[in-house]
Ligand binder design. Structure first.
Ligand code: SF4
Ligand code: SF4
Length: 300
């Protein structure tokens, strides 16, 4: 079976324990306004134009047979709805400024890449992480990959927003050695305004994973969304009641901001600086930490 991906990162140290290969699925059922992988949101491939390389020569617009390239406010953009993916714009770009994000691969082809580093996984206590985008959106493809990893003796993890139908949760959970799941907000309406989806399935998924899998909960701490003492306290209290143990706070960062410009999209948190670890430590100091939780701050 073929799946939609946008990247496979070997020797990753960031998406679970040990040395890992991270498979980034394309397509997401949320659109968090701070997302640092905006190229992951749509299932279909799309063009990214590196703004720092582009000299505005206009060749891409001249050669496009579909009129898919537009010039707006001093920059060129590709209308991915009109684009047929012929690649003429990239061939003609003198700056190599155009990158096609997204491709399809068979699960077995992906697995052949994953198993190359099995010795490193074993030595370091690592394995494979399926990330995104939202990997559970391509449930059958994910199931096939998890099955291949399990029969190949490879430790599996998933990074998920938890917005997954309960029947799929029950199918994937036995094939997962570890789950990294986000908790973003307890208020259904606010969650929807900032992520594009309400949190009902996520809250249920968190409880389910905690019961059935080794689970780390990740809370991205985002300005104007959930960075107050009251909001963090309520999430930590919810997690204690749900039986969580491992909680990681992810301070807001701005690594992905330039990608929005490169994709021709606007970034809704423009002007907010990254959150320093000390700032988050200070905020955490104002909270009554539930005794059952181990809460740490992500510092990489
Ligand atoms: S993307 Fe390439 S071809 Fe298009 S305007 Fe920029 S430099 Fe020229
Ligand atoms: S891939 Fe082809 S159709 Fe799409 S923007 Fe480039 S030249 Fe136009």
């Amino acid at each position: 079976m073929k799946g939609h991906l946008f990247h496979i990162q070997r020797f990753s140290l960031d998406d679970g324990p040990g040395i890992r290969t991270t498979v980034f699925f394309k397509g997401c059922n949320q659109s968090c306004i701070w997302c640092h992988n905006p190229e992951s949101l749509n299932l279909e491939p799309e063009w990214m134009r590196m703004d720092s390389l582009c000299t505005r020569c206009g060749r891409c617009m001249e050669v496009c047979p579909k009129g898919a390239v537009r010039f707006v406010d001093g920059s060129y953009y590709t209308d991915n709805q009109k684009c047929i993916g012929c690649g003429k714009c990239r061939e003609q770009c003198p700056q190599s400024a155009l990158r096609r994000e997204g491709y399809q691969m068979e699960a077995r082809e992906v697995f052949r890449i994953l198993e190359k580093d099995k010795a490193y996984y074993e030595k370091s206590g690592g394995g494979v992480t399926f990330s995104g985008g939202e990997p559970t959106l391509q449930g059958d493809f994910l199931m096939e990959l998890l099955g291949l990893c399990k029969s190949g003796g490879i430790y599996t993890a998933i990074e998920t927003n938890g917005n997954t139908p309960p029947e799929l949760l029950e199918r994937i959970s036995p094939l997962l050695d570890e789950v990294l799941v986000d908790l973003k907000h307890l208020d259904k309406e606010k969650h929807k305004r900032f992520t594009g989806a309400d949190n009902r399935r996520t809250l249920e998924a968190i409880k389910y994973y905690i019961k059935h899998n080794r689970t780390e909960i990740r809370i991205p701490v985002i300005p104007t969304f959930n960075n107050t003492m009251r909001e963090l306290q309520s999430m930590l209290d919810f997690l204690e009641e749900a039986g969580a143990y491992d909680v990681t706070l992810l301070p807001y960062h701005t690594f992905g901001v330039s990608k929005y410009k490169n994709l021709g999209r606007s970034y809704r948190l423009e002007g907010h600086d990254k959150m320093e670890t000390g700032e988050l430590e200070e905020l955490l100091g104002t909270i009554k930490l539930p005794s059952g939780l181990q809460v740490k701050i992500h510092t990489k």
